[in-house]
Design a protein around this ligand. Structure first.
Ligand code: NAD
Ligand code: LMR
Length: 340
């Protein structure tokens, strides 16, 4: 789970100096919600990704300006902006990867589930359009509550007859990004060398970082440190929401995390071996139908959902504690998809 984005960016720089020779297949990436707080920096980062040949920026408003702006960057991806329902089909047509950061963010005092009433409908409509216009695309769901929006998309795709469990991903990379940063700071190890799997879901206690599996291993952390690191990772989103004091939630770190995950998906599609990231996917790792864990990515999306490995007693307890909330969130999404 190394930062492949950094590698991609340096590859881009090498190419611009004329060193690169490998031909990658043409890849179209669509961002839905591209004019938003996450959408704009994510559009920038995907424009910098040398694996992207076509970048489609869709939103209900504001994409003309964002697309004009990003399109001036001298990297290979061709950028087009699309706005409103009438242009959604064209925005999606031929996409290999669709990234969805559309919907409202939290304000202080809210849980991610408080966003359900607005975002569930947005995700349902966008998923319906994906089933129609690019049913084979890999879908990277960022919109919250991820624990419910992924099951909503799955049900929409099932109803349309296009569901492929290998192609639907809840983006939980920001939890991994945070766990790496917080662990490196506490353990005093170089942050770029750190790996920490984060499993479960993407809300509060459903976020379960497995610091017992962190590398490089650290002997200097006490059990109290592990408990504090776990809590900080679980509350990372809230930390940003409170710091932004009503002006939204994580956007820049999320754009980075979204770009890392999309880059991994593209590498997998292109046949690069051993691409492993954590993601919230259809799963048999636990009794829950969706669960975040390490996933090996390949030419068809999920190649293998990896198991949890050995857990500490603290992590075993965390795993049992998260199941009730995660199950309820999944069921809420499924029910919504059928009821509306
Ligand atoms: P934002 O309000 O800044 O941007 C959202 C964008 O979505 C806006 O531009 C809006 O016009 C657009 N939008 C609304 N309805 C749409 C529709 N039907 N089709 C297309 N676009 C539509 O919010 P943000 O800060 O970018 O956050 C977006 C979502 O991402 C929120 O739900 C937030 O909770 C979530 N989020 C998830 C993670 C994660 O780790 N998965 C991290 C951060 C934020
Ligand atoms: C995050 O983890 O930052 C996002 O899910 C946004 C939020 O509401 O916390």
């Amino acid at each position: 789970m190394r930062s492949s984005l950094l590698k991609s960016t340096s590859e881009l720089l090498r190419r611009s100096r004329g060193y690169s020779s490998t031909a990658n297949p043409e890849r179209k990436v669509a961002i839905l919600g591209a004019a938003g707080g996450i959408g704009q920096p994510l559009a920038l980062l995907m424009k910098l990704n040398p694996l992207v040949s076509s970048l489609s920026l869709y939103d209900i408003a504001g994409t003309v300006g964002v697309a004009a702006d990003v399109s001036h960057i001298n990297s290979p991806a061709l950028v087009k902006g699309f706005m409103g329902d009438d242009q959604l089909g064209e925005a999606l047509e031929g996409s290999d990867v669709v990234i969805i950061p559309a919907g409202v963010p939290r304000k202080p005092g809210m849980t991610r589930d408080d966003l359900f009433n607005i975002n569930a409908g947005i995700v349902k409509a966008l998923s319906t359009a994906i089933a129609k216009h690019c049913p084979n695309a890999l879908v990277n769901m960022i919109s919250n509550p991820v624990n419910s929006t992924v099951p909503i998309a799955a049900e929409v795709f099932k109803k349309a007859g296009t569901y492929d469990e290998k192609k639907l991903f809840g983006v939980t990379t920001l939890d991994v990004v945070r766990a790496k940063t917080f662990y490196a700071g506490k353990a005093g190890v170089p942050v770029t060398e750190v790996n920490v799997p984060v499993v479960g879901g993407h809300a509060g206690i459903t976020i379960l970082p497995l610091f017992s599996q962190a590398t490089p291993a650290s002997n200097s952390l006490s059990q109290e440190d592990i408990v504090a690191l776990t809590k900080r990772t679980q509350d990372g989103g809230t930390e940003v929401v409170e710091a932004k004091a009503g002006k939204g939630s994580a956007t820049l770190s999320m754009a980075y995390a979204g770009a890392v995950f999309a880059d991994a998906c593209l590498k997998g599609l292109n046949g690069v071996p051993d691409i492993v990231e954590c993601s919230f996917v259809q799963s048999t790792v636990t009794e829950l139908p969706f669960f975040a864990s390490k996933v090996r990515l390949g030419k068809n999306g999920v190649e293998e959902v990896l198991g949890l490995g050995e857990l500490s007693d603290f992590e075993k307890k965390g795993l049992e504690n998260l199941k009730g909330e995660l199950k309820a969130s999944i069921e809420k999404g499924i029910k919504f998809a059928h009821g509306n």
